[in-house]
Design a protein around this ligand. Structure first.
Ligand code: BTN
Length: 243
């Protein structure tokens, strides 16, 4: 349930803001028009120019979990895809663990940050950055193939309507994940999997694994086929292998 909706002109990072506000009620959503230090996964920056895109974080509270935060991030990505397709966005795909792609290019990223202990009472800050109308000048700082909604939609799209649709999907999804885990999200994730069956490389802290992506298991781990065996990975960064 939505606790409080707070809209700010400019913040360092909506995730950071919630992490530093320990008394904020569960279900609080904070939105910023601009982030000075938007954060991406793996210590990257998230390009967050003023008034063009959506940057928001919501605070989920869990009583006895989630033991598996990685699975939650997949459930969040599925919820974003459900909300966007309900608003007529087509050709959406998912790249493990939680990149949302449009026509194969990154449209939206999800960053979950945990406070407390996984498996015990904890707060999860769930940050979503959605490219709606990226100014070309800002885009020069993006280090991967990207797109925005405006590029691929005939009509302009209202950020307010988008946000409402996203929250309507995301807030119940957090509660559902706590009760039922990844199961109610698995089929949609697999249907949208943009890399299954393709040759990929998985970047791990100490090494790189080459193989063929083979979808995800019931916990949300990435499956890779290598030398005739299937291996599962719970972290890392995949890219398609071209060579
Ligand atoms: C990724 O690297 O794909 C995750 C990007 C997450 C960006 C969002 S924007 C709102 C929230 N605040 C942040 O600082 N990051 C997340």
């Amino acid at each position: 349930r939505l606790g409080r909706l707070q809209i700010e002109w400019s913040l360092d990072s909506t995730n950071q803001w919630l992490l530093e506000a320990p008394d904020t009620p569960c279900g609080t959503v904070v939105v910023a028009e601009h982030q000075r230090q938007g954060r991406g996964r793996r210590g990257r920056a998230w390009v967050s120019p003023l008034g063009a895109n959506l940057y928001f974080s919501l605070l989920g509270c869990f009583q006895g979990g989630p033991a598996n935060l990685a699975g939650l991030s997949l459930a969040v990505a599925v919820s974003v895809v459900r909300a966007l397709s309900a608003q007529g966005v087509q050709d959406l795909g998912l790249k493990w663990p939680n990149d949302i792609l449009l026509q194969g290019k990154k449209l939206c990223g999800v960053l979950l940050e945990l406070q407390g202990e996984a498996g015990g009472p904890c707060r999860v800050v769930c940050g979503v950055g959605l490219n709606v109308n990226m100014p070309p000048t800002a885009a020069t700082d993006i280090d991967q193939p990207w797109t925005d909604l405006q590029h691929s939609l005939a009509q302009p799209i209202s950020r307010q309507r988008l946000l409402t649709g996203l929250l309507d999907e995301l807030l119940p999804a957090m509660a559902r994940y706590e009760q039922e885990g990844l199961a109610p999200f698995l089929a949609d994730w697999r249907r949208r999997d943009a890399v299954a069956g393709k040759p990929v490389q998985l970047l791990l802290p100490q090494r790189t694994v080459h193989g063929r992506a083979a979808g995800i298991d019931a916990q949300g781990n990435l499956l890779i086929e290598r030398n005739g065996c299937q291996e599962s990975y719970c972290s890392g960064e995949i890219s398609l292998r071209t060579g």
